[in-house]
Design a protein around this ligand. Structure first.
Ligand code: ADP
Ligand code: ZN
Length: 598
């Protein structure tokens, strides 16, 4: 995760200063309100949509205020013209036209209708309290009167260039055009290319999206304005939109520059979902962002890069031409990529002679760039603790276990009964894991509590899995349920420790039914949970999911039943030594060792 998230500055003010500022703000709010009333009383001329469009297309308007369906245009001579545009798309278009003709577009935050009614019957004291509160919120959201969007200059990967990003060659190549543009925005226009405006980096967390954006800015030697999408989430309608306006204002001053919006899904969700104030604010924030992007002069030299790991939930308006119209997918690296990433992060580490980065890469399928950086860091810490000269295999193994299984919980003592129950549960996972044909090899099993789990069975893919067959998914479910199967048959009870296993098993089964079409319901795809679906189809999916899970639990029970003796040996081993590695597991089950088999 990036370190550059800039949050509003929390300012500690003495009560006295606070009171003073509150008073000032109150005065401002009242003043503003009076102005607002004055403006309302000012003659407003109604115009129709066609006239509005004409206005939008010829420059001349000073500003446009959009309040619900009402669009009010302010002319340089102070005249106010108003039109009602009911169609949201049409409104967007007109707003964009205004913006590109240099009119200021503002989504109104205060809804006069509601406000006036509230004001008219609220006791004066109540309204004073309200203003104080709103005043505080505004003040706080402005970060004490200062901009929140700073050039991120004080963070760890500040000087990052493309040399620091590995394993994502395609994304790098796609960004090179953007860098050319940032280096010389005007030249780009002369050559007739369409300058990039918005890029969307999508992919799982920790794959280097932030790093890429920052490196692009650094390669072009332009400022990097970084902000998190979630920092726009405000309780009061309109505040988020105001923050967007300020961000772009600052960017225009700094241009050419890069605006980076991390986790844009936090503000870019589909609009118009809920009626509450927070989602109204989100809608306005998103509208404001769209208007700002449309309003860019083509060659202003501001490039907006956004990142998300949920491109599917983004409002479609965001990805229209002229906005975030280029999507660059940043995937988890494959083995070669992982080796390259490890090379980047091993630059300043001393590694033992025999420690080969490709060996680490092979043993870390599914690890993101951030995981790999973390792995080497943890290994280095372990090596220091051991007073070792260099980082060795054992340090890497230790670090990998720590990342995969969580830290061992010290001082958390289970009594013998609990240890036994945990050992039986884990042995059940192991037994099923060894029996199934399409599972990943069992790497380790432990009854030392780690994180929130009492015990862990760790299976590690031998290679990157790009395609998941039905049999693989079924085996996964069976293995997850192996713990519960062992409880049922060998302990003749059930423990709550299986809850996470069950959750994951059901999740896989549900995907098989509702997304991969691997059930008697046939090739159906349910889409997103938030979309409307009929109760009948939901019930049938639920049923088919239950069937799969039930069937796999039966299968797991069969395996456990057939392997009682071996499980007993494994449980003894666990009770004695807490953790068993792949070799010890295989010998408990009377299997040949890996090396001998190979
Ligand atoms: P994201 O924005 O995709 O969540 P980040 O860019 O914040 O990921 O990555 C976090 C950290 O992980 C980076 O600062 C870097 O140290 C490391 N990292 C991630 N991906 C890579 C990569 N492809 N090459 C080198 N380091 C990487
Ligand atoms: Zn379990």
């Amino acid at each position: 995760m990036p370190f550059s998230r800039l949050t509003p500055r929390t300012q500690k003010l003495t009560t006295l200063v606070a009171a003073g500022i509150t008073f000032l703000l109150m005065a401002l709010v009242f003043g503003g309100l009076q102005f607002f009333y004055a403006k309302r009383q000012q003659a407003v001329q109604n115009i129709n949509y066609t006239q509005l469009r004409q206005l939008a297309e010829t420059s001349g308007a000073l500003a446009v205020e959009i309040d619900g369906e009402m669009m009010t245009v302010r002319m340089p001579d102070g005249q106010l013209l108003r039109a009602v545009v009911t169609n949201a798309a049409a409104q967007q278009e007109v707003a964009a036209a205004f913006a590109s003709n240099k009119a200021q577009v503002e989504y109104q935050s205060l809804q006069p209708g509601t406000l006036t009614t509230i004001l008219s019957w609220l006791l004066p004291i109540a309204s004073v309290l309200l203003f104080v509160f709103i005043g505080w919120r505004v003040y706080a959201s402005m970060g004490g009167g200062q901009g929140n969007f700073q050039q991120a200059e004080t963070n760890t990967n500040d000087g990052a260039t493309f040399a620091d990003v590995a394993g994502v060659d395609e994304a790098r190549a796609e960004l090179s055009e953007t860098i050319d543009f940032l280096r010389d925005p005007t030249r780009f226009g002369r050559l007739g290319g369409r300058p990039p405006r918005g890029l969307l980096l999508s992919g799982p967390p920790g794959t280097g999206k932030t790093l890429l954006a920052r490196a692009a800015a650094n390669e072009a030697k332009v400022p990097f304005l970084s902000v998190s999408g979630s920092s726009f989430q405000e309780k009061f309608a309109g505040l988020g939109a105001a923050r967007v306006r300020r961000l772009f204002k600052q960017a225009r001053k700094l241009a050419p520059c890069v605006i980076f919006i991390d986790e844009i899904d936090a503000l870019g969700r589909k609009r118009g979902r809920g009626g509450d104030s927070a989602s109204a604010d989100q809608d306005q924030t998103l509208n404001q962002l769209l208007v700002e992007m449309d309003g860019f002069e083509q060659l202003s030299g501001v490039v907006v890069i956004a990142s998300t790991n949920r491109p599917d939930i983004l409002d479609q308006a965001l990805t229209r031409p002229g906005r975030f119209d280029r999507e660059i997918t940043v995937n988890l690296a494959d083995m070669r990529g992982r080796e390259q990433i490890l090379r980047v992060h091993a630059r300043n580490l001393k590694l033992e002679e025999g420690l080969d980065l490709s060996w680490i890469a092979r043993g870390t399928p599914g690890f993101s760039g951030a995981d790999l950086a973390n792995l080497l860091n943890e290994a280095a810490i372990a090596a220091t603790r051991d007073n070792s000269e260099a980082v060795g295999r054992e340090h890497v193994e230790y670090a990998r276990d720590k990342i995969l299984m969580g830290v061992e919980r010290q001082g958390f003592l289970m009594d013998e009964d609990e240890r036994f129950a945990t050992a039986v549960h884990e042995a059940g996972h192991v037994a099923v894991g060894l029996a199934v044909e399409n599972g990943d090899p069992i790497h380790k099993v432990s009854i030392l509590p780690r994180g929130r789990a009492l015990g862990v069975t760790q299976a590690l893919p031998e290679r990157d899995r790009f395609m998941k067959k039905r049999e693989y998914l079924e085996d996964q479910i069976a293995m997850l349920l192996g713990g519960r199967a062992a409880e049922l048959l060998l302990l003749e009870t059930m423990t709550a420790g299986a809850s996470n296993d069950i959750e994951r098993a059901v999740e896989i089964a549900r995907k098989m039914v509702a997304e991969f079409g691997m059930s008697p319901l046939g090739p159906i795809h349910l889409g997103r949970p938030e979309d409307p679906h009929s109760q009948t189809i939901l019930d049938r999916i639920e049923q088919a999911t239950n069937d799969i899970v039930g069937e796999q639990l039966k299968r797991a029970c069969k395996v456990v039943d057939a392997r009682r003796t071996e499980i007993a040996v494994l449980v003894d081993g666990l009770m004695e030594r807490d953790t068993l590695d792949a070799e010890e597991i295989r010998s408990s089950f009377g299997l040949k060792s890996e090396q001998a088999a190979a």
